[in-house]
Write a new protein. Structure first.
Length: 477
């Protein structure tokens, strides 16, 4: 071992739960309980063994069916799981953090069950995940919705207006039937990050009876590792001197979406009065599978260890790489058919996630869905979300410089292949004049170039008045 490798080995962060699970796996215990698949037992001589190994590897790593007292109890932890959850709580600043191996779909059900019951009056951002809507429906809570407004047609980003929330809670207080629970979506997949402390501060004034808040931060674990973004999060808000002690706050997070956790690894954080942690624990006991997945639990422990020790650096890199792509799009002539949809933030209420780029591809002769397909089939690049004009690129902590280069190369190749052909040039049929200053961006007969379109989209995003001779004529896209 080199000196450098030795010194690195000394600094491997502690993950006591992951250690305990690794030790239990090393024993290769024969189970007379369940899980015939453990260590390939049921596959000895099977024609399917190779197919299993292709996916699970030869060591059958991670799957274990041993319970307390040989590994810590998931529901009543006293040892390694208790330590791991306590460390996670300290990384995120929560009073209590619970691990889950069934996704934030379940975490949301547990959060709702902890703070609502039959007849509870609940105000909820309509743009929250289905798991919250279904839970409230099942509990027969009395639900009112906060509607979202479209911020940008291309990225399809939406947000609610704070005034809509405040007028609803104020009216409910006046009726003498105040909301008892507010449920927010802290961060959208498209990249709208609400500032939770701004919202809670305003609510303290307009909704004196409101105490219970759930914030779905499914996409947001990583933002606790960035100095600026952390200040928008639910648990940060809960700790502010003027808000501390005022609310019971539960935040749910899909650690698997933004940290190095296996799929379905999720976290529930709670900050509030003394009983809140016990309420969440009881709800988890009722709803969680009694067969928690040990590989997922170990990955949650390791993901929190990584967040604590390496997270800041990884998040910095993700944001830097996203910004590097913006630069390439702005300056590389081989990428000049693309542009980034800039959605203006509303100061104090929300900002746009710097790691999520909405890339407008409308100047190409191929649709976003078709580009997604070319990226996957030809370049081994996967993106998930497309709109009518754009693709969403999420720079998470697993993306590195090579991945950025691969994406850039793919986008260059796609531009070359699908750029608007000379005989498909488009020309303006009327005036398009931003006011102020009243100087035409296009006059009739002008060629509509990608660069002109870029300016047009930026102007639209800035909210400036755009004059057209014939208002029934749609603006060029
Ligand atoms: C906002 C939001 N909440 C909850 C979930 C569900 O999370 P999970 O996939 O971990 O069950 C999702 C999934 O995409 C989501 O976007």
């Amino acid at each position: 071992m080199s000196i450098q490798a030795k010194s690195l080995a000394r600094h491997v962060p502690k993950a006591s739960l992951a250690d305990e699970i690794a030790q239990a796996l090393r024993r290769q215990t024969v189970s007379f309980h369940a899980l015939p698949l453990s260590f390939g037992g049921s596959l000895r001589g099977s024609a399917l063994k190779g197919a299993y190994q292709e996916i699970l590897g030869t060591q059958w790593r991670g799957d274990l069916t041993v319970g307390a007292p040989y590994v810590d109890s998931f529901f009543f932890p006293k040892g390694s799981i208790a330590h791991a959850e306590a460390r996670a709580a300290s990384v995120f600043g929560a009073d209590a953090t619970l691990f889950l191996t069934a996704g934030t779909t379940l975490a949301n059900q547990i959060a709702v069950e902890s703070l609502a019951s039959n007849g509870t009056r609940v105000l909820i951002d309509k743009a929250t995940h289905q798991s919250i809507h279904f839970s409230l429906d099942r509990l027969r809570a009395r639900v009112d919705y906060i509607e979202s407004r479209l911020l940008c047609l291309d990225s399809e980003r939406t947000s609610f207006a704070l005034i809509d929330v405040l007028s609803k809670v104020e009216a409910a207080e006046k009726e003498g039937d105040p909301y008892r629970l507010l449920i927010l979506n802290g961060q959208s997949y498209d990249g709208v990050i609400y500032n939770i402390s701004t919202i809670l501060r305003a609510l303290s004034e307009f909704a004196p009876s409101l105490r219970n808040i759930i914030v779905d931060e499914a996409w947001g674990s990583w933002s606790y590792l960035d100095h600026e973004l952390r200040q928008s999060t639910a648990i940060y808000a809960a700790r502010l001197p003027d808000l501390a002690g005022r609310y019971n706050i539960i935040a749910t997070q899909s650690a698997h979406k933004s940290l190095s956790a296996l799929r379905q690894g999720s976290l529930i954080h709670a900050v509030g009065d003394g009983g809140l942690g016990a309420l969440v624990r009881a709800a988890r006991y009722k709803h969680h599978t009694t067969s928690p997945n040990f590989a997922i639990l170990a990955s949650l422990d390791l993901a929190c260890a990584q967040a604590e020790t390496e997270g800041v650096r990884l998040v910095e890199r993700a944001i830097r790489l996203a910004s590097e792509l913006r630069d390439r799009i702005a300056h590389d002539p081989l990428l000049d058919a693309y542009f980034v949809n800039e959605t203006p933030s509303v100061e104090g209420l929300f900002q746009i996630d710097p790691s999520k780029i909405s890339l407008n591809v409308s100047a190409l002769t191929i649709s976003p869905a078709e580009i997604r397909d070319v990226l996957y089939r030809e370049f081994d690049i996967y993106i998930n979300r497309t709109t009518v004009t754009s693709l969403l690129l999420n720079f998470h902590i697993g993306i590195n410089e090579d991945d950025l280069d691969r994406l850039s190369e793919a986008l260059r190749a796609i531009q070359k292949r699908y750029q608007t052909l000379p005989d498909r040039k488009r020309y303006a049929t009327g005036f398009v004049i931003p006011y102020p200053p009243g100087v035409p961006l296009m006059v009739p007969g002008d060629e509509i170039r990608p660069s002109t379109l870029r300016r047009l989209h930026a102007l639209q995003a800035s909210g400036i008045n755009l004059f057209t001779m014939d208002p029934s004529e749609p603006l060029p896209r």
